[in-house]
Write a protein that binds this ligand. Structure first.
Ligand SMILES: Cc1cc2nc3c(=O)[nH]c(=O)nc-3n(C[C@H](O)[C@H](O)[C@H](O)COP(=O)(O)OP(=O)(O)OC[C@H]3O[C@@H](n4cnc5c(N)ncnc54)[C@H](O)[C@@H]3O)c2cc1C
Length: 485
């Protein structure tokens, strides 16, 4: 068979697949990371609450509990190595009635059992002193000092870029449609871009893990898409909350929360409703009303007029309640990750290490590469720099003095850098995740035409070829005066 051959093929370049690729790139292995989308992190990784959970939620003894706590501990070093924004701002579960105290105490005990450090129960006065906007119905809270907020796209892009810099081959817009088998051994994948041979195939396909697995004949995995809807508020609301405020959890979710984001917005959500389609990212009036009502219970002073954006994400809810990371019985050469719902983002770095150890135990020879480099430098973030640093950057490249996105102060220099990064931004959404262009109050209303022109120039494309997120999502359907001029 005339197909490229790899030691490991990773299906899915979300945060889990990308961190696995990075962890494996430390060794002398030929690795292929592939995704059906036009960018890394286009699945659940791009639409979640972006919280690095402390680890008191999951039932003691589960894989979720173990990998949540272990993953949380890895974030400081990982984000420093990958140049990703991360802050341990602390998180609170806020009790809003006498009956909530029992839940708070239960969560505290669970956290202790899971080995979470920095947990404390605080009374209502202390809670209101720390977060004055919280409801005056609060009876106190569980505080988790190790909880934090992260840039989830940044983490995925950083991990994937670092993997690529360490020799991993990335194939986007490459969809796995079937598997190659020799008896009981999986020996590769069939994709829309041809066949690839692999000694190990690792399914990290999020919502689609069960569908892919069924193609290998393995049953017993079922994933239900569970939607969560959100509001993003303008940065002028940023003074309202300084950390992460959860209500007491429900049986199927951690509840509708109010959180500051790493980029300085306030975010409300998510609710939790099972839906039929794995592609249904719509928001509904009923769902958003539910989110707003939940957020107002926690922070009554929220002003709904501050909303600048709504969005939805889909949890890959599994049928066992725990993460499933397995080499299915009776098959060789296949490792599957399924049901990686929340706290999957937090757990992802520990999941990657866990997978490496599983592969080692299953016989994959892991020899360290002397030239492995764990460091990756992201593109400059102009708005985050000091005045002196900004001036130095502009002196080096005057394009950093040309602000394109006024709401988020994103410069032409950053757009150019993102178009030429190790994994270049080839769509508007990919650029947005890398630079924050179009993420502010005007949501791109002022700058999109200019951004399209710069992208087209840098990528050597016609403006007609610039898409929102690949495929047929073009901005321009025919030539305009500016394009043809
Ligand atoms: C509403 C919501 C809130 C959440 N909040 C948090 C939180 O605050 N903290 C936290 O820790 N976790 C949170 N999570 C969970 C977290 O977002 C996920 O666990 C994590 O993003 C899962 O990453 P992944 O790489 O497994 O999946 P994904 O990001 O979905 O990646 C899977 C990839 O596989 C690709 N793929 C699928 N099928 C194929 C195929 N056939 N061929 C090729 N590629 C394929 C997809 O395109 C996709 O890019 C939340 C999730 C949701 C939905």
């Amino acid at each position: 068979m005339n197909a490229a051959s790899y030691d490991c093929i990773i299906v899915g370049a979300g945060v889990v697949g990308s961190l696995i690729a990075r962890a494996l790139s430390r060794y002398r292995l030929r690795i292929l990371l592939l995704d059906k989308a036009s960018d890394v992190g286009e699945g659940t990784t791009k639409a979640n609450t972006a919280i690095v959970h402390a680890g008191y939620d999951a039932k003691p003894g589960t894989l979720k509990a173990k990998l949540n706590v272990a993953g949380n501990r890895l974030f400081d070093q990982l984000c420093a190595e990958l140049d990703v924004e991360f802050e341990r701002c602390g998180t609170y579960v806020v009790g809003l009635g006498a009956e909530d105290w029992t839940t708070l105490q239960e969560l505290y005990r669970r956290g202790q059992a899971n080995g979470v450090s920095g947990l404390s129960l605080i009374d209502a006065a202390e809670m209101r002193r720390r977060e004055p906007a919280v409801s005056d119905k609060t009876v106190g809270a569980l505080y988790a000092a190790t909880g934090g907020i992260v840039d989830p796209f940044g983490l995925c892009i950083g991990a994937a870029e670092n993997a690529v810099l360490n020799g991993v081959k990335l194939a986007l817009e490459t969809e796995v449609t079937d598997f190659l088998r020799e008896g009981q051994r999986i020996v590769g994948v069939v994709t829309n871009r041809g066949k690839f041979l692999g000694r190990w195939v690792i399914i990290a396909a999020g919502l689609w893990a069960d569908d892919l697995l069924h193609k290998t004949g393995v049953d017993g995995f079922r994933i239900t898409p569970r939607k969560g809807e959100y509001f993003v508020l303008d940065k002028v609301a940023a003074d309202l909350v300084h950390s992460v405020l959860f209500p007491c959890p429900t049986p199927i979710s951690k509840g509708i929360l109010v959180t500051r984001t790493i980029h300085g917005n306030v975010m409300l959500g998510p609710n939790a409703n099972d839906v039929a389609s794995k592609e249904d990212l719509s928001t509904t009036a009923a769902g958003l009303n539910e989110v707003m009502a939940g957020a107002l219970r926690l922070v009554p002073g929220l002003d709904p007029r501050m909303v600048i954006r709504t969005f939805a994400g889909l949890r890959a809810a599994g049928n066992t309640g725990d993460f499933r990371i397995e080499i299915p019985q009776g098959l060789y050469g296949l490792l599957v990750l399924a049901g990686i719902e929340s706290p999957g983002l937090t757990a992802a770095p520990a999941i990657a290490e866990y997978v490496v150890e599983m592969l080692r135990e299953a016989g994959l020879r892991l020899v360290e590469r002397p030239d492995y480099n764990p460091l990756r430098q992201g593109i400059p973030r102009f708005s985050r720099l000091s005045r002196a640093e900004q001036e130095a950057l502009i002196a080096r490249d005057p394009r950093y003095g040309h602000v394109i996105c006024r709401c988020e102060t994103v410069t032409e220099g950053e757009i150019v850098a993102a178009c030429h990064a190790p994994i270049p931004a080839r769509t508007y959404d990919a650029l947005k995740r890398r630079t924050r262009v179009g993420s502010g109050r005007c949501q791109g209303a002022f700058d999109t035409p200019l951004v399209i022109q710069i992208m087209a120039r840098e990528l050597g494309l016609s403006p007609l070829e610039i898409t929102l997120k690949g495929g047929r999502s073009r901005f321009l359907l025919r030539e305009t005066k500016e394009v043809s001029a």
